[in-house]
Design a protein around this ligand. Structure first.
Ligand code: ACO
Length: 325
């Protein structure tokens, strides 16, 4: 008996033109390149201009993923955009992207799980595909976090950046074994008790403003390694793989010290970790597809590669996706 799996057919990415280095930030902020690199691993980030909306970045990433997949936009029947920085409060950024790409059938909606958004969106798309509701999905992570940063708060603004990445998923019959291609296991979790550790202090329903990002970095750090390791282990147990069988580890790019901690706890070899944090900063929901795209362009992803993606973000939300290319 065969099963339907979501195969990753293509990946794409798009970054704003402007690069801002740590030294540039240090001109207006009481910080230094050395502090930022030592505490986070970040060297630079891309910052969107007024015309580079979340939808614009997301649509550009999606176009590249579609071209690489060899799939025409009219064949797409599901568009999910993971974002915490939508163009407008409504409609969803995904429907704007749908329109920009010329996708006219199926459904489009946003997913709000902050830095875990891409893992949530992949999980949702995969479940729709597995129940035959949609056949080809565009899963996008797109953010303009620079718009919700307090540029006078050195403890947060140095950590984030803007960008977008996307994948095309397609339904394919597979044998139903762990050697199958496509998404093999997903886990998503959340725990609202931790809301006040990482949040935005505004919103249409409370302050009628957008608000700015607030974070207790030390506490976020304390929870990250443990929570992320837990969901990763669950996906491995479900599929019967061990951490050393993973070919590529594509984590949400929040902080090098968090990534090193997870790798150490799971015993993942450093050369298997894809690290783009130094060039992009933390791009929230965009960071995993941006890193996936980088690994693809660097020819680090081969046919059959076993890839583990994981994230944790505001909420808290967290999750993991195990897939074979
Ligand atoms: N430049 C210079 N000094 C700074 C800066 C800066 N940009 N920011 C803070 N400091 C100072 C602080 O004011 C403090 O000074 P003090 O001792 O005189 O009070 C000192 O540096 C130490 O501050 P801490 O906050 O204790 O520094 P810490 O070592 O915890 O590092 C950091 C801060 C990098 C935010 C760390 O806690 C962290 O990485 N946390 C994880 C948060 C994260 O990654 N969030 C991303 C979103 S969630 C996610 O994606 C998982």
């Amino acid at each position: 008996m065969t099963v339907v799996r979501s195969i990753i057919r293509g990946v794409g990415a798009h970054l704003p033109k402007r690069i801002v280095t740590n030294d540039e930030l240090a001109k207006t902020l009481d910080t230094s390149d050395a502090w930022i690199q030592e505490r986070s691993g970040i060297r630079q980030r891309h910052i969107a201009d007024d015309s580079e909306l979340t939808s614009v970045l997301g649509a550009a990433a999606a176009k590249q993923a579609l071209i690489r997949a060899g799939i025409d936009p009219v064949e797409i029947d599901l568009v999910i955009c993971a974002t915490a920085t939508p163009d407008r409060t409504f409609p969803a950024t995904a429907v704007r992207i749908q329109n920009m790409l010329g996708v006219t059938k199926g459904a489009a909606f946003d997913v709000q799980a902050v830095c875990s958004g891409f893992v949530y969106a992949m999980t949702i798309a995969d479940n729709f595909i597995k129940v035959y509701q949609f056949k080809r999905a565009l899963v996008i992570g797109a953010e303009t976090f620079s718009r919700i940063l307090d540029w006078e708060d050195r403890s947060t603004c140095v950590l984030f950046g803007d960008g977008a990445g996307a994948v095309v998923l397609e339904a394919h019959h597979q044998k139903g074994t762990r050697e199958d291609r496509g998404i093999l296991a997903t886990r998503i979790r959340s725990d609202g008790r931790y809301e006040d550790l990482l949040y935005v202090d505004g919103g249409p329903g409370s302050t009628k403003t957008t608000g700015l990002l607030r974070m207790n970095g030390r506490e976020v750090f304390r929870h990250a390694v443990q929570k992320i390791s837990g969901v990763i282990e669950e996906t491995l147990v479900e599929t019967g793989y061990s951490a050393d069988e993973i070919d590529l580890f594509i984590p949400h790019q929040a902080n090098k010290r968090i990534l090193d901690g997870i790798a150490k706890k799971l015993n993942v070899a450093p050369e298997k970790i894809v690290m783009t944090l130094d060039k992009h900063g933390n791009t929230s929901a965009a960071s995993i597809p941006l890193a996936l795209n980088q690994a693809f362009e660097d020819h680090r992803i081969k046919d059959g590669s076993l890839i583990l993606m994981e994230a944790m973000g505001g909420g808290f939300t967290w999750g993991a996706v195990l897939a074979r290319w």
